[in-house]
Each structure stands twice: as structure tokens, then as C-alpha cells.
Design a protein around this ligand. Sequence first.
Ligand code: NI
Ligand code: MN
Length: 225
Amino acid sequence: MKLKYFSHSSFQITTDSGLVLLIDPFLDDNPTSPVSSDQVGADFIVLTHAHGDHLGDGFKIAARTDPLFICVNELASYCSEKGFRAHNMHIGGSYAFDFGSLKFTIAHHGSMTPEGTYGGEPAGVVLSIDGKTLYHTGDTGLFYDMKLIGEMTSLDYMLVPIGDNFTMGIVDAVKAVELANPGIAIPMHYNTFPVIEADPQEFRKGVEAIGKQAVVMGFGDEIVL
Ligand code: NI
Ligand code: MN
């Protein structure tokens, strides 16, 4: 599979069979995104929570490309109410989709839709695609059960917020990598706005100092996993 980073928490996964998943597609109002929403399409849109910088342009993209939204129950129902296809799940549950399997994990954060309604519990996701595993933590503070997530699934990649203020900062993010123990950590949710400015190289050095590996993806970069 290929992993493309649009900045913030927004990623595109293309499976070996050609299916396209978007995670938290925040593009048009994202000053750091190299693409606009009309330049991407999706077979699946995975949302970690309902905040505007994660739900993002999901509905705009869905109106053109009719993907299946995959979210926790309350947010999936919200997508359905808007007329889109959705698969309702919840934290702790996994399901085998055409692209591979997906499991929702806890995340310590909030989740409110742009209309001010409750979006359900915020979440992280563990994806198993084309023989690789990837943990996108969503927006979250540090929590010790990241160790459990890494014990239950041997993680190849972990996407970790480092921007502080709304999520973990660099020190907590390095600890998160120590706990979940992925093969490679990739920083996210930084430098989108002044309030979440952070140096991803500082994160990388911190991860290397605990004997782990980190890769800093540029905004727009795509790598083969
Ligand atoms: Ni959020
Ligand atoms: Mn966020």
C-alpha cells in the first residue's frame, strides 16, 4: 500500500488492489494542504472524530465520489443523515472491509459536529492492509493503554500528533511511541496553525533517542509501506 500525507491528520491510503481510503480529509480550509478537495476521490473515508479539522471536506468529496464513511456510531449516523453511505462501528470493534481490517481504539479528546451536536466518542484507528499494520491515533492526549494497543497488534507504523495544545506535544508523543512500540513513527497534527507549531525533526530525534525510528513526511509526500 501507499501512504500519502496531506498535512494535519489527513492521509490517503492506496491499497495494492487500487482502493483509496482517506483519513480525516481536511483540505480546503487547511493552509498547509498541497491539494484541494476537488483533486481527491475516495472509496472509503475514515473519520477519527467530528471536529471541523477532521471531518473536513468529507461531505464535499463524498458528494462527488460516493465513498463509504467509516466512523463510530454517532458520527456514522450523522453522515447517513446527510445522505451519505456509512458503516457504523464503535471503540474496540473491528471489521473486515474490502481493503483490509479496521479497528477503532480509544482517544482522549472531544467530538462535536460543525452544527454543535455530539459526534460520539473520539477515536483512533488500527488498520491492517496488504500485510502491514498502521495506527492513526486521532487527536488525543497521551494514555498508557497505547501499550495495550501495541501489544494486541504488532504495529508497523504509528501516526502521532505532536502539535501540542489540542493533542500530545513532542515529549508526550515520544512517550506514546515508546508505549505503542511501532516499527516507524510518523508525526502529524502540527504547523497547520500558529497554535500547533512544532518541529518534527525534534520529534524524530526524540524517537531515535529511545532507540526507535521516525520518518517525517513532507506535506504532499507519498511513501510505499
Ligand atoms: Ni479534534
Ligand atoms: Mn484536530
